[in-house]
Write a protein that binds this ligand. Structure first.
Ligand code: NAP
Length: 294
């Protein structure tokens, strides 16, 4: 069986075109879609990510404002700043960079109003997703849904096995795929470290989503022939002879999956390629909603 490689780049390019057109329409209507990226402390990886969002935003016509906060502002200072941004009519979307510095609880993000929570991080957004009400889902979960729908993969009525139950990927994705609408309506099984026979579960999947963070944990023998394999994992593994000394790999053993899976997302260059565009697109959606309710 030939395995179709579902590259993220062309899918992201199509999304970018749509987002940029919608951002231009907003600008024509006098609204500059604006995303606030809140960086607490000085995590170097978060800083790199922030500047990549800024660059992507500049290309799409979304203003990306970097809001830097000192760890010394503490939990209440951060909450206050998020509340201020939440009330600012010129800010349409807010993301808080993770990981937060030690001593700052993750619940601090709950100060972001759900309508501006463009990476689905708050308890309110997650509760809304669970109850089928309007909210932005975490971008990675949304990215999996986008890959499936943009690649023309039928989800309705099929068995999706998700390996991983985190709040950023597995659990919200299960909710999205269960929804009784065009992108969902799947039968969903969520596996984790407590699952007794993981291979027996994964072999029953029509669509398998690996979101474990364990390099190449899903072996070829764990896949049903013809499965659609979506690899969310991003792992660094030592590669002593290579230039960087490491290589990036997913949670699926690619060489073993080729010829068994009907389709496979690569790592890097798969699901992760879409997330920044999704966040910027959500900021545009939030700006459109704000304009419509004026
Ligand atoms: P996480 O919070 O560590 O959750 C991992 C999940 O996988 C947990 O539910 C864990 O089960 C389960 N798991 C781990 N090892 C397992 C095993 N051997 N068998 C069965 N289940 C196992 O990780 P995450 O934040 O969801 O991220 C998962 C992966 O996706 C990571 O590689 C991460 O880098 C990647 N990721 C990529 C993007 C992107 O592309 N932009 C974004 C987010 C995450 P328990 O709950 O029982 O511990």
């Amino acid at each position: 069986m030939e395995t179709r490689i579902l590259k993220g780049k062309p899918l992201a390019a199509a999304m970018r075109e749509e987002v940029s057109e919608r951002a231009a329409n907003l600008r024509d209507a006098g609204v500059v879609p604006t995303l606030a990226v809140v960086l607490v402390g000085d995590d170097p990886a978060s800083r790199i990510y922030s500047s990549s969002i800024q660059k992507a935003g500049a290309k799409l016509g979304v203003d990306v404002r970097l809001v830097e906060l000192d760890v010394a502002s503490g939990e209440s200072g951060i909450r206050d700043r998020l509340t201020e941004l939440g009330a600012d009519p010129d800010v349409h979307g807010i993301i808080v960079q993770q990981p937060l510095p030690k001593g700052i609880p993750g619940s601090v993000v709950d100060a972001v109003p759900f309508a501006k929570d463009v990476d689905g991080s708050t308890a309110e957004s997650l509760g809304r997703i669970l109850s089928g009400r309007e909210a932005f889902a975490p971008a990675t979960a949304q990215a999996v849904v986008e890959v499936l729908s943009r690649a023309g993969i039928e989800v309705s009525g099929r068995h999706v096995v998700i390996v991983g139950r985190s709040t950023v990927v597995g659990k919200p994705l299960a909710c999205l795929l269960l929804k009784k609408d065009t992108v969902g309506n799947a039968t969903v099984t969520v596996c984790h470290t407590g699952t007794r026979d993981l291979a027996a579960m994964t072999r029953t999947a029509d669509i398998l989503v690996a979101a474990m963070g364990v390099p190449e944990a899903i072996r070829g023998s764990m896949l049903a022939r013809g499965v659609i394999a979506i690899d969310v994992g991003v792992n660094r593994v030592d590669a002593p002879g290579s230039e960087k000394g490491y290589r990036v790999t997913g949670d699926i053993a690619v060489e073993e999956a080729l010829g068994v899976a009907a389709a496979l997302t690569p790592v890097p260059g798969g699901v992760g390629t879409l997330t920044t565009t999704i966040i910027l697109g959500n900021a545009v959606t939030a700006a459109e909603s704000a304009l419509a309710s004026e």
